[in-house]
Design a binder for this molecule. Sequence first.
Ligand SMILES: Cc1cc2nc3c(=O)[nH]c(=O)nc-3n(C[C@H](O)[C@H](O)[C@H](O)COP(=O)(O)OP(=O)(O)OC[C@H]3O[C@@H](n4cnc5c(N)ncnc54)[C@H](O)[C@@H]3O)c2cc1C
Length: 380
Amino acid sequence: MIVVGAGPAGAVAATLLARAGARVRLIDRARFPRDKLCGDTMNPGTLAALRRLGMAGPIEARGLRVDGMVVTGERGVRVVCRYPRDLYGRALVRRELDAALVEQALAAGARFEPQTTVRRAIVGQGRSPRVAGVVVGVYGSEREMRSRVVIAADGRHSTLTFGLGLARHPARPRRWAVGAYFDNVSGLTAFGEMHVRRGRYIGVALVPGGLANVCLVKPWDLAAGDIPLRDAQAALRRELTRDDALAERFARARLTVPPVVLGPLAVEVDQTAPDGLLLAGDAAGFIDPMTGDGLRFAVCGAELAARSALQALDQGWDGVHQRLAALRRREFAAKWRFNRTLRSLVASPPAVLAAGAVASVAPSVLRRMVGFAGDCGFTD
Ligand SMILES: Cc1cc2nc3c(=O)[nH]c(=O)nc-3n(C[C@H](O)[C@H](O)[C@H](O)COP(=O)(O)OP(=O)(O)OC[C@H]3O[C@@H](n4cnc5c(N)ncnc54)[C@H](O)[C@@H]3O)c2cc1C
C-alpha cells in the first residue's frame, strides 16, 4: 500500500497498516524533521486517540501539559476554561510531533521515502475509474509506483484530491493564517489562549523551550487597509500591538523565525473517492483551526482509512467508500457543525460582541463549549 504524506494522518495510517501486516510505503515530499504551520496543541481527545493506538508515548514525554483554554473577547471579556476531570492536552512543535509519529511507522515496519513528491494519481479506466498508484517526481525525473490501495494523507492542499477534481477552494470564506514563534512573551501559562475579535482570532500557546506559538487567522482585505501578506511580519505585529489583551505581553517579544503564511484556508472535498483511493486527515476535508481539532481528525480519520484499506484488500471495494463516509459522519459530524457555527460567528462582528456579552454573564456556557471542542464532553 502507498500512503502519501507523512504528517500525523499518514504516519498513523502507515503505522496501523504495517502493524496489520501490510507492506506500506510512506511517501513525503519533505525531508524530515520538517516544520508545519499549526497551533502545536493536541487537545485531550487527540491524546486519548493516540493513547488508544499506543502512539502517545513520545508525545507525553516531550510535550508540555495543556490544562485548558483561556478565551478572550472584545471589551475585556476573559474566561478561563479548565478541562474537566483532570483531563489535559499537550503542546509540542509539529517538527517534533510529526517526526515522532513517523518513527513509530518505521518501527511498525513501514518503509519511509522522504523527498519524494507525488505529482498525480495513476487512474486506470475500467468500467469506472480506479486509482492504481501514483506518479512521483524524484530529482527531476518521474516514475510510477503502483499499488492496490493509495491513501491520500497529503494535507489541506492535497495534490491527489485537487488533481482528481475531488477538492476545491470555495469562494467563501476566504481567510489566511499567519503563524510564528516569539520569545520574551509575558504571561504564558499551561492554558492555550484563543483571542476572538471581530472577523479574526489569534491563538497563543506556550511550547517547549519557552517560546510562544502565535497563529493569526483572518480574511485579508487590502482595500480595508490590511498590510499585504508578503509582509506577514508587519501584519502580525500590527495585530498584536493594537490588541488590548496582547499588546503589553508582546511589547518585548522577538520573532525567532520569519512568519509562515497559509491560505486561503477553506477547502471543500467530495467524500466519494474513486476505488483504489482513500482519504485521511486534512486531505479528506479541512476544518477551521479555531477549535484545535485538526489533529484529532487526522489521527481518527487515519484509523478509519486504514481499516477501510484492509477491508478493500480483503473483500474488494464494494461498499468501502460508503462505509467509510458513514463512519466519518458518525465520528465527526457533530464537530463539523460546531466548527462551522463558530466560524460563522467569528465572521460576524455583531455575533462576536453578543457572544462576548453572553460569556461575561454566563461563563459556564463558554467552558462547556471548550470542553466539547477538546473532546471532554459538555461538562461544567
Ligand atoms: C493556523 C493553523 C493552526 C492549527 N492549529 C492546530 C492545533 O493547535 N491543534 C490541532 O489539532 N490542529 C491544528 N491545526 C490543524 C492541523 O494542523 C491539521 O489538521 C493537521 O496538520 C492535519 O494533518 P495531516 O497529516 O492531514 O496533514 P499535514 O500535517 O499537512 O501533512 C501532510 C504531509 O503531506 C506532505 N505532502 C503534501 N503534498 C505532497 C505531495 N504532493 N507529495 C508527497 N508529500 C506531500 C507534506 O509534506 C506533509 O508532510 C491548525 C491548522 C492551521 C492552519
